[in-house]
Design a protein around this ligand. Structure first.
Ligand code: PAF
Length: 287
């Protein structure tokens, strides 16, 4: 595997490749990322990975400085997965001057849920992903469903800019106890780690409650769902979590379903973000 830090060198290395599949990451790779590399291998050849901790998507009080940087260990893992090129640019290479042109996703998708609690996050994500796409020029790019809203926003960006790249989704990989793998799990202490799977467990319970409410279809369904979201958030709070949101949304646009949407059996997804101690975890569950 070749590790490339320079854009021109990357282009030289990839010249003539028109079936490349690409997995952008911020490093500190775990089994979740490696599963995306395997999906990438099924969709194209060669597989290109990138590691870049993107300052533009971190808020001023977020963990940009603490974000784990483990390039050597990451490179070993990628080599074993048969990755052809690891693109690992420095900030000077990717942002040699202030990045004044940015991609601003539409407010109705970019400023809700994660976007509400992390203002500017998706603007930073879209900007770096567009720039990475322009460097790598992949035919396919893989994003995990763990970051459900991110996947959706990038898919829409690729569609609206007519980017010649197909966006493929990878399923969330979980520890045996159900906790979704994430680089930020490393911030949890032992007690928090033992509690952390409860986020997914509470989404599983909420899913059952939603299906039951839809089955019974008593009071206006959208109201029942709001009550169920609140009940889940309250239970998490009682267990010591600080929920940012527990939201049952339509999969197509991540907006809250109306009563008619529910009666028409529109596909749903539950999205959640909650803090445990100082660590903010996100997870989701399709219904
Ligand atoms: O999901 C991530 O790791 C990042 O948001 C991404 C897509 C690599 C952009 O920095």
């Amino acid at each position: 595997m070749k590790i490339v830090t320079d854009i021109q060198e990357l282009r030289d290395q990839l010249r003539g490749q028109n079936r490349a599949s690409f997995v952008p990451t911020m490093g500190n790779l775990h089994e979740g990322h490696l599963s995306l590399m395997r999906i990438a291998r099924q969709h194209g050849d060669p597989v290109i990975a990138s590691i870049f901790v993107n300052r533009l998507q971190f808020g001023p009080h977020e963990d940009f400085d603490q974000y784990p940087r483990t390039l050597e260990a990451d490179a070993e893992k990628l080599e074993k997965e048969g990755v052809y090129v690891l693109f690992a640019p420095t900030e000077k290479v990717l942002y040699p001057e202030p990045q004044e042109y940015r991609v601003d996703p539409p407010k109705q998708l970019g400023d809700i849920l994660e976007g509400e609690f992390r203002p500017g996050f998706f603007k930073g994500v879209c900007t770096v992903v567009l720039k990475l796409f322009s460097c790598v020029q992949p035919r396919v790019a893989i994003f995990g469903k763990k970051d459900y809203q991110q996947l959706m926003i990038i898919r829409q960006m690729a569609h609206q800019f007519a980017l010649p790249v197909e966006i493929v989704a990878g399923e969330t990989i979980r520890a045996d106890d159900g906790l979704a793998l994430s680089s930020r799990n490393a911030y949890l202490n032992d007690t928090e780690r033992a509690e952390a799977p409860h986020l997914q467990a509470s989404l599983q319970q909420l899913r059952l409650d939603v299906l039951d409410a839809i089955h019974r279809a008593g009071q206006p369904l959208d109201e029942s769902l709001r009550e169920l979201e609140k009940k889940t958030a309250d239970t998490l709070t009682q267990r010591g979590w600080q929920p940012d949101y527990i939201a049952i949304r339509k999969r197509t646009d991540l907006l809250a379903p109306s009563n008619d949407d529910l009666l028409a059996k529109k596909e749903l997804v539950i999205l959640a973000a909650a803090k445990l101690g100082k660590t903010r975890l996100i997870d989701n569950l399709e219904i």
